[in-house]
Structure formats: structure tokens, C-alpha cells
Design a protein around this ligand. Structure first.
Ligand code: ZN
Length: 196
């Protein structure tokens, strides 16, 4: 068996083992009590980032990348500030994490995002080999993980991501909804001013 084939077999076996462990963990209460406490804590960090975006007038989405219990990257939506259509919270956080590790692959890392990632970010999560994605609220428009496409559930890069949605869902949704509520209010008053 050639080296490349052996590597492919090893990667397949690793995936099967991960699936098996995930299946056990998913049915275990231990996982939930252990993971969920940490999940809430890191999602609060992502929410802090989302509020930083809101304060700049950006759609409030925040993300953090966590490795071995430590935040190694954080980011918030900055598309307007940076004049960069790729400056979504997840991309900014992934870039910082890769820089701080000195490695473009972030195996073993968990990405927390306040909103279900879009197609671009879900693709970047796969390319970065993120092990687990935790998000707050679904995005019925652009969500590409569960709502549309199921990008993180395919294994075309021989990589599968564990996905947990709905962490601090109400808070994550409220940050976005209150932003648009406020925006509608100011937009209406601006129109009123214009029309005298
Ligand atoms: Zn995105």
C-alpha cells in the first residue's frame, strides 16, 4: 500500500472513530453538563464581540476561536469599517487564531459564532479544519450550516465538523433584532426629516 493510500485509510479510520465518540457523547449527560457550561462562557465572549460590531454601526455578529480552553482568536463583523466583504466575524476570528498559532490549520479548535455561519464562513471553517462549531441563533436568510446547503456536514475535504446550534439563542437573536429595530426607527425619522 502506497503512502498516500495509507494516509487516506488512516484519515478514514480517524473519521470513523470521531463519529463513534461523537455518538457516545451525544447520548451522554456528562457531555452536556461539561460542554454547556464552557459553551455559555465562550458564547458570552462572542456576544461581547457582536456588541462591539453594533457600536460601530455594523450588523452585530461576533465570534471567538477556542483551543484547549483558551481564546486564540476573536472577531466581529467589520465589512463597512474595513471596506471588505469578507470581514465577517468568523473570518476575522479565524485569521487571528491562525496568526496566533502560526498555523493555517486549526485542528482541535472550536469556533463560537452568535449567528449560524454563511456559505463563505462555513467554507472557511472547513478549510481551517475547525473541529467543532457552536452557534447561537439560526440565520433563516444566509445560514449555510443547517438552514441551507449543510456545508459543514459534507466531507469533501475529508473533514467533518461537530455542530451545536442554539447556545444562548435568545440573547444572540435579540442583539441582531434590536439592531434592526433601532435602524428602522432612525431610517424612518430620517425620511420624515427629509420630507419636512
Ligand atoms: Zn459569514
Amino acid at each position: 500500500m502506497g503512502l498516500a493510500t495509507r494516509r487516506m485509510v488512516a484519515e478514514r479510520e480517524a473519521l470513523i472513530q470521531i463519529d463513534f465518540l461523537t455518538a457516545i457523547l451525544r447520548t451522554s449527560n456528562i457531555r452536556y453538563s461539561f460542554f454547556m457550561e464552557a459553551d455559555d462562557e465562550f458564547m458570552r465572549e462572542a456576544l461581547t464581540e457582536a456588541r462591539a460590531a453594533r457600536d460601530k454601526g455594523e450588523v452585530p455578529v461576533g465570534a471567538v476561536v477556542v483551543l484547549e480552553g483558551a481564546v486564540i482568536g476573536r472577531g466581529h463583523n467589520e465589512v463597512i469599517t474595513l471596506t471588505d466583504p469578507t470581514a465577517h466575524a468568523e473570518i476575522v476570528a479565524l485569521r487571528e487564531a491562525a496568526q496566533s498559532l502560526g498555523n493555517y490549520r486549526l485542528a482541535g479548535a472550536v469556533l463560537y459564532s452568535t449567528i449560524e455561519p454563511c456559505a463563505m464562513c462555513a467554507g472557511a471553517i472547513l478549510h481551517a479544519r475547525i473541529s467543532r462549531l457552536v452557534y447561537g441563533a439560526d440565520d433563516p436568510k444566509a445560514g449555510a450550516v443547517v438552514t441551507h446547503f449543510g456545508i459543514c456536514s459534507t466531507d469533501f475535504l475529508n473533514h467533518r465538523v461537530m455542530i451545536d446550534g442554539g447556545i444562548l439563542e435568545a440573547e444572540c437573536r435579540e442583539v441582531i433584532q434590536s439592531f434592526f429595530r433601532e435602524k428602522r426607527k432612525t431610517d424612518t425619522s430620517a425620511e420624515r426629516c427629509e420630507s419636512g
